[in-house]
Design a binder for this molecule. Sequence first.
Ligand SMILES: Nc1ncnc2c1ncn2[C@@H]1O[C@H](COP(=O)(O)OP(=O)(O)O)[C@@H](O)[C@H]1O
Ligand SMILES: [Mg+2]
Length: 268
Amino acid sequence: MSEPLLVLDDISRRYGAIEALKGISFSIGRGEVVALLGDNGAGKSTLVKIIAGGLEPTSGRMLFEGREFLAKTPAEAKAAGIETVYQDLSLCTNVDVVANFFMGREITRKVLGVPVLDETAMERVAGKALADAGTRIPSLRTKVEHLSGGQRQAIELNRFVHWGGKLVLLDEPFAALGVEQTRRGLAMIRQVAKQGIGVVIITHIMQQAFQVADRIVVIRQGVVAGDVPTSETSPDAVIGMITGETLAVPDRQRQGQTIRPAERERTT
Ligand SMILES: Nc1ncnc2c1ncn2[C@@H]1O[C@H](COP(=O)(O)OP(=O)(O)O)[C@@H](O)[C@H]1O
Ligand SMILES: [Mg+2]
């Protein structure tokens, strides 16, 4: 097996007295879609924030492309190719699609020695990137505020891929989308993964996890309660992991987790 894209090694995080994460270890491969599941408060968002540089772990380490890496800020994570894609939080709604696609990376040309934005070139590049990904947007000169949630998400994902993104994190990406937009979003995730990008998707909808993910990782009360290939498990089995009836993690990940869930229940 080739070297994983990201390795989480014994990541813990406290919020004061609350131990939100208690030694999380698992890895994400290149081109792999991992669905992160778990009950409310299990620690999913905390983990994703740590990966994306939005929060520091209390302890533990991360290896990204084989090197120790922990981003101190989201900008640092983004520069390394790790990014959280939100439905629209990171788009500027009052400017058009092209401006959003190039945000901070504008193409300029010199006119009488003065750099000016090369709108034609930018429109061409953005148009090609979106078209190649199968994203249909009527006009690239439409302000983002006039686009649907699904179109915004597509722009963000395409932008991420175009600028060399390597690992994308999605926290309940379809919560506000309709059935058809969700279907397209799931298809786009598969397409993104096909290009070698790692994807972590948090979802509470079991069906979505089984539709899109190669592997399912279940977090329960801050520990990994399941880490299984999607093809080797079932929705019922995953529910068992979420509720604590079963534990399905490879042996190498069990350190500190040798107490069976039922016993842990009684001791906490
Ligand atoms: N900023 C915070 N301050 C204090 N406690 C927090 C904070 N964020 C999350 N928590 C707690 O950490 C635990 C994990 O939360 P979270 O990562 O949001 O879980 P999930 O995303 O799986 O619902 C919960 O007990 C939650 O109440
Ligand atoms: Mg959450």
